[in-house]
Design a protein around this ligand. Structure first.
Ligand SMILES: Nc1nc2c(ncn2[C@@H]2O[C@H](COP(=O)(O)OP(=O)(O)O)[C@@H](O)[C@H]2O)c(=O)[nH]1
Ligand SMILES: [Mg+2]
Length: 278
């Protein structure tokens, strides 16, 4: 397919068109996650650029933490009638709380476009999840997208693998890996590491950026191709019979279990005889 055909395919994709219909889902949420500075916001802007096919615009800005200390905003960007990209808060340290918060974001258990407190414990997490239940987010088909810079060789593959598999358990979909900075000399090594971790859907690309958004066929086609392949995955998953509400309940339980175990470990570190009663 050429650029125009890919763009039309992406723009025209609808969940209703599959043989089983939309099965209770009204949109696809591409849930971006990963380390701060690896190119999440740039990827959103690049996707808008290639799909809208207009002048380059900055939609997703870098939200500096000092602007809203202790809070986070999950910002949605509508790409097409069906597809919305979500700029989740990036993580810096990958400690237990950050990872718990990433899972809550990925599973779509935190509200969109609202400031929410950064959860630090089980009760916080439970409250946030109960709140999200009222926002009717179960009609979102969630696809996790790990944005990772190929300029950063992986130092802890075990931790990354755990994050990928837990993200799969919480969303029902193994994360699609998008490697940015594809021109980096470390790219082959980083790509191989992710393959070893079981990432089958792996895309390597160079984002358009504020400084360099000179339109090239190569960049346009690579980003369009990535979006097209993601949609094909969604079409494939939608061939199976699904239960939007049931899936959500199962995943909420996985998330709360993770938060509960985290709370237990923290309390035990403080008091070895501690026992959390629920
Ligand atoms: N060379 C290059 N720079 C990139 C790429 N993606 C992002 N950047 C730059 O990396 C910096 C951080 O990107 P940003 O999108 O804000 O990362 P985020 O924190 O994950 O949202 C910015 O200065 C971008 O211009 C890429 O693929 N190649
Ligand atoms: Mg950002």
């Amino acid at each position: 397919m050429d650029s125009r055909a890919m763009r039309d395919y992406i723009r025209n994709f609808k969940l209703d068109d599959g043989p089983l219909g939309n099965q209770g889902y009204s949109r696809v949420l591409l849930q971006l996650f990963g380390f701060t500075g690896h190119g999440k916001s740039s990827f959103i802007n690049s996707c808008k650029y290639v799909v809208d096919d207009g002048p380059y615009k900055v939609f997703a800005k870098v939200v500096r933490s000092e602007e809203s200390p202790g809070t986070m905003i999950r910002k949605p960007y509508k790409l097409t009638e069906t597809i919305t990209l979500v700029d989740n808060r990036g993580c810096v340290k990958m400690n237990r709380y950050e990872i718990g918060a990433i899972y809550a974001q990925l599973g779509n258990f935190l509200p969109l476009d609202t400031k929410v407190k950064w959860q630090t414990g089980f009760t916080d997490m439970e409250e946030a999840v109960l709140y999200a239940e009222r926002c009717h987010q179960s009609s979102d088909f969630v696809v996790p997208l790990l944005i990772y810079s190929a300029a950063c060789p992986l130092t802890n593959k075990e931790d990354m693998k755990t994050i990928l598999t837990t993200a799969r358990d919480i969303t029902g979909v193994f994360p699609i890996v998008v490697l940015t900075h594809e021109l980096s000399e470390h790219q082959p090594q980083v790509q191989e590491s992710f393959r070893q971790m079981g990432a089958k859907n792996l895309f390597s690309l160079e984002n358009y950026t504020e400084k360099d958004h000179f339109k090239t066929r190569g960049k346009h086609e690579t980003i369009l191709k990535c979006l097209q392949e993601i949609i094909k995955e969604v079409e494939f998953w939608m061939l199976e019979e699904r239960d939007a509400i049931g899936e959500r309940i199962d995943r909420r339980n996985i998330l709360l279990e993770f938060a509960y175990q985290g709370e237990l470990e923290t309390q035990k570190e403080e008091d070895p005889h501690f026992c959390l009663l629920l």
